[in-house]
Design a protein around this ligand. Sequence first.
Ligand code: GRF
Length: 213
Amino acid sequence: MKSIVILISGRGSNMQAILEARLPVKIAAVISSNPNAHGLEIARQHGIPAHALNHRDHETREEFDTALAARIAGFNPDLVVLAGFMRILTPNFVNDYNGRLINIHPSLLPAFTGLNTHARALTEGVKIHGCTVHFVTPNLDKGPIIIQAAVPVLPGDTEETLGARVLEQEHKIYPQAIRWFAEDRLTVTPDCNVILQNQQPVETALRSPWEPQ
Ligand code: GRF
């Protein structure tokens, strides 16, 4: 069975969804860059070893990443899962984990890379928003896309209501992506597209605004 290490920095709701999805993986550890992360508590309640590695104890990004890499290596995971991990990782770290490091981002990438994605989606007036799970490459929020979920932007939406609608989908697609990884069904092509092996083609569409035809 493959094993994973989950990196968090805060609330840990994606981590919780992964812990509760009964995936065919061993969850070796949860590591938080923030010792006060609520997610650490949740991990311990699930019986998962939970460690804090405070980024403030390290003077440079490189030093923190070296310590983080050493901590992760102790668990020898097949996959490292960034779940609300709020640190930008150095290219050295990312390259060492090429093909074994995934992230969830709260937008339909490549739209709205970076922070405050829901507020920016509302400002731009997009009618469809969503979330993305992708392999991590040194280019922030630019790695090969594994799965996306789209939600409508509804009249009267606020950053909070839209964010909650997206988060509900995050909790579905992140466990799904890890399941595919565990099943060895993900292949990254030389031009950085992800192919899902044995995919059942289904034709469907999300239109927004929606009215019956
Ligand atoms: C999520 O919206 C995730 O997409 C982003 O950070 C947030 C983390 O939330 N990267 P949680 O800690 O998983 O609840």
